[in-house]
Design a protein around this ligand. Sequence first.
Ligand code: ATP
Ligand code: MG
Length: 455
Amino acid sequence: MRLTRYFLPVLKETPAEAQIVSHRLMLRAGMIKQASAGIYSWLPLGYKVLRRIEAIVHEEQQRAGHLPILMPTLQSADLWRESGRYDAYGAEMLRIKDRHDRDLLYTPTAEELVTDIFRAHVSSYKDLPLTLYQIQWKFRDEIRPRFGVMRGREFYMKDGYNFDLTREDALHAYNRHLVSYLRTYERMGLQAIPMRADSGPIGGEDTHEFLVLAETGESEVFYDSAVTEIRLGARDIDYDDHAQCRAVMEEFTALYARTDETHDEAEFAAQVPPERQRRARGIEVGQIFYFGTKYSEPMGALVTDADGNRVPVHMGSHGIGISRLVGAIIEASHDENGIIWPEAVAPFQCGIVNLRQGDAAADAACETLYAGLKARGLDILYDDRDERAGGKFATMDLIGLPWRITVGPRGLARGVVELTSRRTGEAEEMSAEAAIDRVAGIFAAEPRPCSERSP
Ligand code: ATP
Ligand code: MG
């Protein structure tokens, strides 16, 4: 993409309404525009990041054997009356009447709708296990929408639902989700720590939230510092292997890590050596639940088991805050000049800065780089504006592309361009061809190996 043809409405001034750094940087970098309280339009740069995060979530869900579907944002209140949540959900639910005076609502989550799909089509244990998920907009009429996309009213969420014959199978689904979430966040360059939490209006007996540590986080967290040293890394995971998934779950949840909802000061003191006790803040980027037959029983989602008995299915639900993640990644990765995108989610992988637009040699070298990098499958932003170098560097730093190639007449006279890492600031001179090879090589690494779940 050539910047002269792009729509990147960067702001020079720091917007007064933004209290935290991710919100400020998203507005300044022209990623979002507020439409009304807690509701945002996603401009080209922001939308690209949202899509990259979404793509990683899709890949990791499907790798774990979960099936993508798409359910509507508007739902009939009748289904929610069956589960008893229509009245129980409270003021966060946006309730709407259609022209026939029928009660609708904008989905804050979708346990009822997916259970209705299940009961209409599945009646035998032979069709289990089944996990359906979607990535869809949600609406919760938050009392205090704030921090930009971090606590919106309308937000983009992956929500998944597992259906299993037995409690044991459903607990495997829980562990499988935990493992797949760990992989998902690690691929985005984030550390999200599973912490024992409270189940809130979803209900249920077992639940973990995934938290990214950040001073601006809204959750208070208490943990053993040793938990921050565990990584899933490149292990080969078989998502059908109950024992392996359980072992990973146990490894990641054995040490003390809880949100304020479940924190117990006495247990904390007893389990964690004083030098490893941490009290901090975190951003909740996901949550998994096991809730048994809470929805299947009242809604009649039954299957026939091997003995011919009709039994309610065991369920869980699992959410990832896709739009919140955009902000969370920025909170975890920025400096005083702007955003520093992890390579996997960067809107463009590399920027080209032409220091002397209109200089024949500089223009030609930039065109060669631009075409060469695109031919290697990379997404490039070429700053071809007739602007001062300082302004171009400031824009690149603000929007946080991981790599920048700087091209100017002086370097070209010596046959070199400069490749700079946004994260370290380290710059290296090399030929344009070498720069293309280097950048293409960085992004060539395939996602880590992992067994597909067998059908
Ligand atoms: P919170 O405690 O932050 O209000 P929640 O526990 O009610 O969130 P869940 O029902 O667990 O949210 O939803 C799954 C994920 O969706 C959350 O982990 C979070 O990342 C995201 N999410 C929830 N509410 C919002 C919101 N208002 N704005 C943006 N993302 C949200
Ligand atoms: Mg939650």
